[in-house]
Design a protein around this ligand. Structure first.
Ligand code: GTP
Ligand code: MG
Length: 148
């Protein structure tokens, strides 16, 4: 099964959306295998968004992400990366369908409240960056009714 890194950004934490976002992934059937509140350094955030370093919005993105604590989560389950992205919605919240997290709670690209890994390879990189202590292995009793 697949793992994905999901993070509530500082605006999402400030707006009290941690529980809502975590809850949507739980209810969908994904297994929470790591979670913590963190205040990442500038260097840590620059590594997380290293692919975007040359983009004009990069300095503003790092400033935004330094605005307060983030809530870091790893979820495991069937097609977790692609399904996680679908649950978050489009990068631009105005293009996100209602029913998605950004489509329900955000308006601006630069304040889009949550992050989700965009590929299995990047998910594994991000999990290693944010959870060097590792994730947990355990059995959900629900699994038998969630999967066929
Ligand atoms: P993440 O899940 O946060 O990685 O978002 P994403 O994968 O949907 O988008 P991407 O990785 O391309 O960009 C990372 C983040 O940078 C976005 O979520 C936005 O917060 C911000 N961002 C991306 N494009 C723009 C832009 O054109 N303007 C501004 N202000 N911010 C942007
Ligand atoms: Mg991205």
């Amino acid at each position: 099964t697949e793992r994905t890194y999901i993070m509530v950004k500082p605006d999402g934490v400030d707006r009290g959306l941690v529980g809502e976002i975590l809850s949507r992934f739980e209810k969908r059937g994904f297994k929470l295998i790591a979670a913590k509140l963190a205040l990442p350094s500038k260097e840590h955030l620059e590594e997380h968004y290293a692919d975007l370093k040359e983009r004009p919005f990069f300095p503003g993105l790092i400033r935004y992400m330094l605005g307060g604590p983030v809530f870091c989560m790893v979820f495991e389950g069937l097609d977790a990366v692609k399904t996680g992205r679908a649950m978050l919605g489009a990068t631009n919240p105005l293009a996100s369908a209602p029913g998605t997290i950004r489509g329900d709670f955000a308006l601006a690209t630069g304040r889009n409240i949550c992050h989700g890994s965009d590929s299995v390879e990047n998910a594994e990189k991000e999990i290693a960056l944010w959870f060097p202590e590792g994730t947990l292995q355990y059995k959900l009793s629900q699994a038998a009714v969630i999967y066929e």
